[in-house]
Design a protein around this ligand. Structure first.
Ligand SMILES: C[S@@+](CC[C@H](N)C(=O)[O-])C[C@H]1O[C@@H](n2cnc3c(N)ncnc32)[C@H](O)[C@@H]1O
Length: 248
């Protein structure tokens, strides 16, 4: 897969092997090419309301338990933005006047560029519930015929940011919910452990971690409780409380 996606770049630069290309993208001069490589290597497949059970869980379980407090969601592999825009529709519809915001991150700059526009081809909207379509989406006319735009009132609550999940996000903020869906499948167990530990630093005690249905955390050593398949909760009593008890 890697060679299939990158050989054209080698040809363009006139490099004979991948090691030379790797050395180039690792050097300060190759920083821009490194971004191009990441865009080529990542698979940004996504769609609105993918795995709808998670959006029902957000609406029916998480939001009611949050009370009137502001809700903060981190969508940690947001690709071209359909996932954070779907989350935004649920929050806007369910929360009324309560405050909320979403951080949407991805490693691919190109995917994020598309996500920021909030404009999608109309054939990609099948899964959006009809009332959300009516309330939160605008159909394009003239040169935008066949396109759909998510309402600016939702888009303005989403911050898009480039972030590599192999590193903890800084500054460490505390989110109530983290969506980490359909990205762990690309990692081996050691990397999955590392990535989940990184994102858990940004999840408040009692917060929810939502993974893709096909993703397994079997064999990992994580401080999270299974709520239902693919949905986890960070314990309210964390390691720090045990440390306090031990030091008494
Ligand atoms: C298949 S898409 C999943 C999109 C969305 N979460 C969903 O479930 O529809 C996987 C995304 O993970 C991103 N990704 C892959 N490795 C990453 C990393 N190390 N850090 C951040 N994002 C990464 C890719 O750029 C891609 O957009």
């Amino acid at each position: 897969m890697v060679t299939g996606r990158l050989w054209r770049r080698l040809k363009l630069f006139g490099y004979k092997d991948y090691e030379t290309y790797f050395n180039y993208i690792s050097s300060p001069a190759g920083i821009q090419e490194c971004g191009v490589m990441l865009d080529l290597l990542t698979t940004n497949e996504t769609y609105f309301f993918r795995e709808p059970a998670h959006f029902h869980f957000l609406r029916d379980e998480i939001i009611p338990q949050q009370g009137h407090h502001k809700i903060r969601v981190w969508c940690a592999a947001a690709a071209t933005g359909e996932e954070p825009q779907s989350i935004a529709m649920v929050l806007a519809d369910t929360l009324g006047k309560c405050d909320w915001d979403i951080l949407a991150t991805d490693i691919s700059g190109k995917a994020l560029e598309r996500a920021r526009t909030g404009v999608y081809r109309a054939e990609r909207i099948d899964q959006i519930p009809a009332d959300y379509l009516k309330k939160y989406c605008r159909r394009g006319i003239d040169e935008y015929e066949g396109m759909l735009a998510v309402a600016p009132s939702l888009r303005s609550r989403i911050t898009f940011e480039q972030h590599n999940l192999l590193h903890p996000r800084e500054p460490v903020e505390q989110f109530d919910v983290i969506f980490l869906r359909n990205v762990l499948v690309y990692f081996d167990n050691a990397t999955k452990q590392h990535v989940i530990e990184n994102v858990l630093q940004s999840l408040r005690p009692g917060g929810w971690l939502i993974l893709g249905h096909c993703e397994s955390v079997q064999g990992l050593n994580l401080n999270i409780n299974l709520v239902k398949p693919s949905i986890y909760r960070k314990p309210l009593v964390g390691v720090s409380a045990f440390k306090r008890a031990a030091s008494h």
